[in-house]
Design a protein around this ligand. Structure first.
Ligand SMILES: Cc1cc2nc3c(=O)[nH]c(=O)nc-3n(C[C@H](O)[C@H](O)[C@H](O)COP(=O)(O)OP(=O)(O)OC[C@H]3O[C@@H](n4cnc5c(N)ncnc54)[C@H](O)[C@@H]3O)c2cc1C
Length: 196
């Protein structure tokens, strides 16, 4: 099950009073500022007809701990700002990795996976001990290596990411992350994310 991935998603910051700001922007377009707050699903109605640009005025920043497989796909979303833990300047001294539940729950696959992780980190440590720089030694580290990233997206991009990445076609680990993001944003801006 995707939700049993050992990942972490935390909201670090969000535009204050975001839905009011979005409604202010939308009402400016239609010159109906005097009606602000009078229609509880005003933003939902705009979104339904494709009038989406006003939700770009609000954004949210998340901390995500997941695998490098996940972040490789995550950073393809370009309307964003990212800061990721460096493997050039930070040594991955501890063998920290994400094991997919599909592997973890199968005894033989789990054992093979653990052996592979051990072997990667053994080679990494040997290279470092031999004087190879961390930025070069990291070439032997696996895709499963755990990483941390801070991401800032506007609400329109978050809607896009949720739509694409909660789909059954998405990578299971990404679905787990996107599900957590969806849960958080539905609380902070229920109108903007009501349909997702
Ligand atoms: C199920 C799935 C399978 C995938 N498989 C592969 C794969 O095999 N190989 C691979 O390389 N990628 C793959 N991807 C990644 C995919 O192609 C996109 O790179 C990724 O989902 C980022 O989404 P995006 O391009 O829609 O938008 P974002 O970067 O999130 O941008 C949001 C929107 O802004 C607009 N936009 C942004 N930049 C431009 C631009 N330069 N020009 C015009 N419009 C722009 C588009 O409307 C875009 O949808 C896959 C994604 C999914 C969900």
């Amino acid at each position: 099950m995707p939700d049993s991935y050992d990942i972490e998603v935390k909201l670090l910051a969000v535009t204050p009073d975001s839905e009011r700001l979005i409604e202010t922007a939308g009402r400016l377009c239609w010159d109906t500022q005097d009606k602000t707050g009078s229609t509880p699903d005003r933003i939902e109605k705009w979104l339904k007809i494709g009038h989406e640009s006003m939700v770009e005025h609000a954004c949210a920043t998340f901390y995500i701990r997941a695998s490098r497989v996940l972040t490789h796909e995550l950073v393809r979303h370009r309307l964003a700002s990212y800061s990721q833990r460096s493997q050039r300047y930070v040594k991955e001294s501890e063998p920290r990795y994400v094991e997919p539940p599909e592997i973890r729950d199968d005894a033989a696959a789990h054992q093979r996976f653990q052996e592979a992780m051990l072997s990667c980190w053994q080679a990494y440590d040997d290279l470092l001990d031999g004087g190879v720089k961390a930025e070069i030694a990291r070439y032997v580290l696996p895709n499963a290596c755990e990483t941390q990233i801070i991401c800032t997206w506007n609400f329109r991009e978050i809607r896009h990411i949720i739509k694409l990445r909660t789909s059954k076609r998405a990578l299971p680990e990404f679905r787990a992350v996107a599900d957590e993001i969806r849960q958080i944003v539905k609380e902070i801006a229920p109108q903007v994310f009501a349909d997702l």
